[in-house]
Write a protein that binds this ligand. Structure first.
Ligand code: FAD
Length: 407
């Protein structure tokens, strides 16, 4: 395909770019993916895919392979006090209406293995590594990117450009300017670790646990079947990587159940990161589109981090497929822009913001009677209908753009 302009040029081979390429490639649509790095990013980042993302992963034909790679459905989620006492819980419910699993856990580096294997079988998808996009342009008949490539600068064309190039997106910067990403960055410092520790022996029988505490708030979630847990915790702002690393054993001793010494656990990954709530001004400008972290960021404590991105690319693949097969004109991309930004404003931002605030602002002693969300969880423990309604609420992020195809 190297000499021919593809229909879609995707910038960024992160999870969102790869899933978009897979979904388009499986429909026979020519796609070229440009990735700035020499290979796929292998860092373990996102782990949990909420129901709307699972629906798209199912449509992309990924779920079986994800399970073979170690993916599993967590048994549920609970909120606890620092002493381990459970305040409220939601068991994972399987819906009779949905063919896919309600929630799937698989660390991102393993999802990428699955994606890479499936994409390598698609003749219409080409990945070019060490191709860093530096600018974007368009006219009435095509769009293009300027690229720093191993052989020197290049200009590559396509009918559409999809910017899936992450939080620092060059595509977004080219459209709106370097500083234009409305929203805010939290003061809180987050540290994500992957740690082997026998939480089950200390009564942590739920797979996902949120601990409410003004000082030692944290999340502990089982992420594999061999005893690996994601432990993510809040730290005081303004510390260097070295200072955060030095404080980690004291923090674990203070908040992990059983108050372990470093010899009692094996930490295999330590990643401090800052969190944001931001939404791009538009997700479509002519022939240039944005999706996932390039378009919006949220803190991951509501389980909506990458989920919103996967839902974007599922919808975008339907829009582009409709245009490619002449079942719709490209006004459908304006609907993509409106709906996806509306869903961020109405669901992703408020839910993820409320969930993280709950962890460090709510008094754990009064949480179950004062916090509206936890009150609903308590009600769901007694009433299956409330539980089912709670499960369905998560699906509100979905939207089927195929309803706008010509009848
Ligand atoms: C430490 C950490 C922990 C996290 N934990 C969670 C979690 O538990 N749950 C959750 O939901 N989310 C989590 N996240 C966020 C989650 O990983 C992201 O939402 C997700 O990776 C976004 O995917 P993406 O494809 O949009 O962008 P990215 O994964 O950032 O991928 C973007 C790709 O574009 C490439 N690229 C960038 N610029 C260019 C360019 N100019 N030209 C070409 N290529 C380019 C990059 O090299 C990269 O491969 C975490 C993030 C971090 C950093």
């Amino acid at each position: 395909m190297s000499n021919q302009a593809p229909f879609v040029l995707i910038v960024g081979a992160g999870p969102s770019g790869l899933i978009l390429a897979l979904m388009l490639g499986k429909k026979g649509i020519p796609v070229r993916l440009l990735e700035a790095s020499e290979c796929l990013d292998d860092r373990p980042r996102a782990t949990h895919y909420s129901p709307p993302a699972v629906y798209e992963l199912h449509r992309a034909g990924l779920l079986e392979d994800m399970k073979a790679e170690g993916g599993f459905t967590p048994n549920g989620v609970c909120w606890r006090k620092l002493n381990g006492e459970v305040i409220a819980s939601i068991p994972t419910r399987r819906s009779e209406e949905s063919p896919s699993d309600p929630m799937v856990c698989l660390p991102l580096n393993k999802l990428k293995n699955v994606l890479q294997r499936q994409i390598s079988k698609l003749p219409h998808v080409e990945i070019l590594y060490s191709h860093k996009v530096t600018g974007v342009g368009q006219d009435e008949s095509k769009a293009w990117v300027e690229v720093d490539a191993p052989g020197g600068p290049q200009k590559l064309e396509a009918q559409y450009i999809a910017g899936c190039d992450g939080a620092n997106s060059q595509v977004r910067r080219s459209l709106f300017g370097d500083m234009e990403f409305p929203g805010f960055t939290w003061d809180e410092q987050i540290v994500a670790t992957n740690t082997y520790y026998p939480f089950e022996k200390h009564g942590f029988d739920w797979d996902s646990n949120f601990i409410i505490d003004p000082e030692h708030w944290f999340m502990a979630a089982r992420i594999s079947n061999d005893g690996l847990w994601r432990v993510t915790y809040g730290e005081v702002p303004g510390l260097s990587f070295k200072e955060l690393k030095a404080r980690q054993p004291t923090k674990f001793k203070a908040f992990l159940p059983g108050h372990p010494d470093p010899t009692d656990y094996k930490m295999v990954n330590f990643s401090p990161y800052k969190i944001h709530q931001r939404l791009a001004k538009r997700m479509r400008v002519g022939r240039v589109l944005l999706a996932a972290d390039a378009a919006h960021l949220c803190n991951p404590f509501g389980g909506l981090g990458l989920t919103g991105g996967i839902v974007d690319v599922g919808g975008l693949s339907d829009c582009l497929d409709g245009i490619y097969t002449a079942r719709t004109d490209d006004d459908i991309l304006d609907i993509y822009d409106t709906i996806r930004r509306e869903k961020y404003n109405n669901i992703v931002d408020p839910v993820s913001t409320a969930n993280i605030r709950l962890l460090f602002e709510q008094d754990p002693e009064t949480a179950s009677v004062e916090n509206e969300f936890l009150k609903t969880c308590k009600a769901a423990e007694m009433d299956p209908e409330v539980g089912a309604a709670l499960g369905k609420a998560a699906n509100a992020l979905q939207y089927d753009f195929r309803q706008h195809y010509r009848k």
